[in-house]
Design a protein around this ligand. Structure first.
Ligand code: PLP
Length: 415
């Protein structure tokens, strides 16, 4: 129905029909299988970005595909006046995998930003709950410098980057950004006016920057002591990406709420907010929040199928072993100055700010990678990436870097 065309023809049509918010797409992709994708001109790529940490099982996983197709052919959508077995089973599965205590609950959305909007409303509701106890309302929400939580207004208020926010102010009030991974700054900020602290265990968009386990534990203790919620955004880090089911719980903390999206549906859009325990789970009552599509039978079937494969085909073991292999290989490459590897969420820094050039050269060479910063490359490949596939990238990278460094007229970083 879409017709055919060369990459160039499609991109001309794109420019005349799509809003320019994403700039110019790099390629027109037409087909995928596992960790490989092909463009409209027939060129093959090793997908080391996985649709930005989304395609957990790669492209066109046969099991996930067949589950989606048969669900769609059985019952596709019902509205939230009704429920369906896949919705209930997925909620139960997420509570099990996250080690959530009794009384925990799940809300389904369609994306990361929507899951974070729900979390934002949870924080507001928690802040208001103090009034019923004769205490002042709490409207402050603490987020971190470098944070990315999404593009809708609430999530954008939590997002730190000025360039994303500026044009859309005023944003919802009360959010304060504090320095990243700074326990003293957190201790100074978390007092009896704070409704919630929102953080990513590893900041993906900021270049794969982890909070220390010590910081996460301090955040848990300080919020608990102050009566504030700890909300952990695992939209990018969750569902096996780091080699654990969730990066935050792997660090030994139980948050009050956690948001998920990206990898959860194996490529099918779905988001989730998990509330831990009775208190956070009873903050939003009937009618206070909702969604038309969220938790629909097809999306929840896709997520159930994805989790089933992750659990039953030793995928998390693969994440740890191939992630470690990539980390060691990258660290040994000339021109790579730092590697931050957490399973198959990997950021590495270059000796010069030529990441954009490396992305272009990598594409030419048949590898999809991404540059979250001028001197930083991010990899978030399918969790089924093989050691042999990882090795092809490690073998190609020195040549790609040498070419980019040669072209660069910039001085070395820090010089
Ligand atoms: C991608 C991302 C989001 C936003 O998710 P969308 O599905 O793009 O709305 C939120 N938080 C984190 C940590 C993310 O990586």
């Amino acid at each position: 129905m879409a017709g055919t065309g060369t990459g160039e023809q499609w991109l001309a049509r794109y420019g005349n029909s799509l809003m320019g918010v994403f700039g110019n797409p790099q390629r027109v992709l037409v087909r995928g299988a596992g960790a490989l994708v092909w463009d409209a001109d027939g060129k093959e790529y090793l997908d080391l970005l996985g649709g930005i940490a989304v395609n957990a099982l790669g492209h066109a996983n046969p099991f996930v595909t067949s589950v989606i197709a048969s669900q769609l052919a059985t019952l596709g959508h019902v509205s939230n006046f009704f429920t369906s077995p896949t919705q209930i089973a997925l909620a139960e599965k997420l509570l099990e995998l996250s080690g959530a205590p009794a009384g925990s609950r799940v809300f389904f959305a369609n994306s990361g930003t929507e899951a974070n909007e729900a979390a934002f409303k949870l924080a507001r509701a928690h802040g208001k709950s103090f009034v019923a106890r004769g205490l002042p309302v709490r409207t402050t929400i603490i987020a971190l410098e470098g944070a990315f939580h999404g593009r809708t207004m609430g999530a954008l208020a939590l997002t730190a980057k000025q360039a994303y926010r500026e044009a859309f102010e005023p944003l919802p009030d009360g959010v304060r950004h504090i320095p990243f991974n700074d326990v003293d700054a957190l201790r100074a900020a978390v007092d009896e006016t704070v409704a919630a602290v929102v953080l990513e265990p590893i900041q993906g968009e900021a270049g794969v920057r982890p909070l220390s386990a010590e910081y996460l534990r301090a955040a848990r203790e300080l919020t608990a002591a102050a009566g504030a919620l700890l909300i952990v955004d695992e939209v990018q880090t969750g569902v096996g990406r780091t080699g654990d089911w969730f990066a935050g719980t792997a660090a030994g903390i139980t948050p009050d709420a956690m948001t998920l999206a990206k990898g959860l549906g194996g490529g099918f859009p779905i988001g989730a907010l998990i509330t831990f325990g009775d208190g956070p789970s009873s903050l939003l009552s009937a009618g206070q929040h909702g969604t038309t599509f969220g938790g629909n039978p097809v999306a929840t079937a896709a997520a159930l199928a994805t989790l089933h494969v992750l659990e039953n085909q030793h995928v998390l073991e693969n994440v740890r072993s191939v992630g470690a292999r990539l980390a060691a290989g990258l660290a040994a490459i000339d021109g790579v100055t730092e590697v931050r590897a957490h399973g198959l969420l990997i950021g590495f820094d270059l000796a010069r700010p030529v990441a954009a050039k490396v992305v272009v050269a990598a594409l030419e060479a048949g590898f999809i990678v991404n540059a979250p910063g001028p001197g930083t490359i991010r990899l978030a490949p399918p969790l089924i990436l093989t050691a042999a596939q990882a090795d092809t990238f490690l073998a190609a990278l020195p040549g790609l870097l040498a070419g980019a460094f040669e072209q660069a007229t910039d001085t070395p970083e820090g010089a």
